[in-house]
Write a protein that binds this ligand. Structure first.
Ligand code: ZN
Length: 336
């Protein structure tokens, strides 16, 4: 059975030291301090240690083979977005990352599908980079759940979504820059509590702000099964109904109507929750995802789904059909 992992991260082994190059800021760079490992440094601060499977394409393919998974959709690590930087510098960095993924995809077209990153802080530069990355073989972009604390319904982001819809580029929304981060450092709460809330924030903003309504052809996938959005859709719908003066000010369509019109990945680590997500979304709108190679991901690449006794057609949808439809690709491209 064809298995495509819609949610994985990759980073070039060697990158310029952007902080030195641009003369400011806490850009990420890698210190290869021992074989098979690197320290991700944010400015001079240690951010996290990563392993070779973050950058080595062949090693990744081998690790995936253990879980019968042939294809990985790759995008950068959200901390690389650098939306806070000067726009031209962020463009420079985005191009570097996008070109690295383009070359990976062209070398391994049966194993990798690429999503790019763009300078969301500058609409014009962002749209130009969209056109360029499409020409270079990428099929979509990954963006953050907020852009420097601004929500995705802000007017200046709309032309970017419009361009994605016109160019047929898919969008992957990933939580980052988590709300309340400073106030909940203990217990990994930004990752465990902040991230699901961030994704829900992005979904609610795009729905209430009318982005999905105005752009029905925009193909958006939200990470981690949509964070807390689907689990709280009852509350969100009730809020829409009881306080339309607060909620329905830019779009008067019930948020529940959008279920099944976007994609979410399957990263729930919980069969019961996945059943619920499937009920709300339909199997054609739930993509296999892992968040590989990070420890909070499902590093058995959907094994829990194989153990769930779902209908074969449901599993086929999750493992391949949903991602192919989200990205506008065909199965034939990946048959070995
Ligand atoms: Zn991720």
């Amino acid at each position: 059975m064809l298995k495509i992992d819609s949610h994985t991260h990759i980073i070039p082994k060697n990158m310029p030291n952007w902080t030195e190059k641009f003369g400011y800021g806490d850009f990420i760079y890698l210190q290869h301090h021992k074989k098979g490992f690197a320290k991700m440094m944010k400015g001079n601060q240690f951010f996290r240690e990563i392993k070779e499977n973050c950058w080595n394409p062949k090693l990744r393919i081998e690790e995936y083979a253990q879980f019968n998974t042939q294809v990985q959709v790759v995008c950068t690590i959200p901390v690389m977005f650098s939306y806070w930087a000067k726009p031209l510098d962020c463009l420079d960095l985005s191009k570097f990352l996008n070109d690295d993924i383009s070359s990976l995809v062209s070398k391994h077209p049966k194993n990798y599908i690429g999503l790019g990153t763009i300078p969301m802080q500058d609409t014009e530069l962002a749209v130009k980079e969209l056109e360029r990355l499409k020409k270079n073989g990428l099929v979509g972009i990954q963006i953050g759940s907020n852009i420097n604390d601004e929500n995705l319904n802000e007017e200046r982001f709309f032309p970017i979504f419009e361009a994605c819809a016109e160019l047929g580029l898919a969008v992957f929304v990933h939580p980052w820059n988590m709300m309340g981060m400073k106030n909940m450092q203990r217990y990994w709460l930004p990752w465990l509590v902040g991230m699901p809330a961030e994704t829900s924030r992005a979904m609610a903003s795009m729905i209430f702000g009318g982005v999905l309504e105005k752009l029905p052809n925009l193909r958006v996938n939200f990470a981690h099964a949509g964070g807390s959005f689907l689990a709280t859709i009852g509350r969100i719908e009730h809020g829409f109904n009881c306080r339309p003066d607060l909620v329905a000010i830019d779009n008067n369509i019930n948020p529940r109507n959008y279920l099944g019109k976007f994609w979410v990945d399957c990263i729930t680590h919980d069969g019961l929750m996945l059943e619920y997500v499937l009920k709300l979304q339909g199997s054609k709108k739930v993509t296999l995802g892992s968040d590989y190679p990070f420890p909070l991901g499902d590093l058995e690449i959907g094994k829990f789904i194989e153990d769930m006794n779902l209908e074969k057609s449901t599993v086929e949808d999750i493992f391949a059909n949903s991602t192919l439809e989200w990205l506008g690709l065909t199965r034939e491209q990946f048959i070995q």
